[in-house]
Design a binder for this molecule. Structure first.
Ligand code: ZN
Length: 183
């Protein structure tokens, strides 16, 4: 089993856990314990147990109109993620797999995000999230350091791919350019 296969299997679990968490957290009458338990299953995919640093997690406002917040999230259907492609390679001295996907909470089915997975304390974790550069649409330009992708928050090293696996061709034109540029 290649490292890409292992990460694709992990992403099936992550996707299911994310959608279950989303459904449960946006229900008005879920107990605090049920919320915390479900939230922990999602946090386990991320270093330091902080899913919210990498992916959207519905978080009710500490005060204010909770009913309004619930109404906003309750009827939002979260579709399964589309995995367009995956690449194995390295960031600095670390072996990683980068997964190209759409944004979970967006209606758009475009290839807008990529998530980096690495081994962290002996377990596979999502250690980085990047958005496709809106200037070059992933082809590479001065703004994104020619990578086509913009890192959010942390300072990940530049990704160098050694293996590329294309899985689903995106439909929109800009995503297609990024998809074809993967090498
Ligand atoms: Zn760019």
């Amino acid at each position: 089993m290649s490292s890409i296969d292992a990460i694709l299997a992990m992403f099936q679990e992550l996707d299911r856990t994310q959608r279950e968490t989303w459904d449960l957290l946006s229900q008005p009458d879920t107990s605090m314990f049920a919320r915390a338990r479900k939230r922990a299953t999602l946090d386990a995919f991320f270093p330091n147990g902080q899913a919210g640093d990498y992916v959207p997690v519905p978080t009710p406002p500490p005060r204010g109109d909770k009913e309004e917040w619930i109404a906003k999230y309750k009827n939002r259907v979260i579709q399964p993620r589309i995995i367009y492609a995956a690449q194995a390679g390295s960031r600095g001295s670390e072996d990683v797999v980068v997964v190209y996907t759409n944004k979970l909470d967006s209606k758009s089915q475009d290839m807008w995000e990529r998530l980096t997975v690495a081994e962290h304390d002996g377990q596979l974790k999502v250690v980085g999230q990047e958005n496709r550069c809106s200037d070059c649409h992933g082809a590479g330009c001065g703004d994104c350091g020619k990578s086509g992708w913009l890192r959010v928050g942390d300072k990940m090293k530049v990704f160098k791919a050694t293996e590329t696996r294309r899985l689903v061709e995106p439909e929109d034109r800009q995503s297609k350019i990024a998809y074809e540029a993967l090498a």
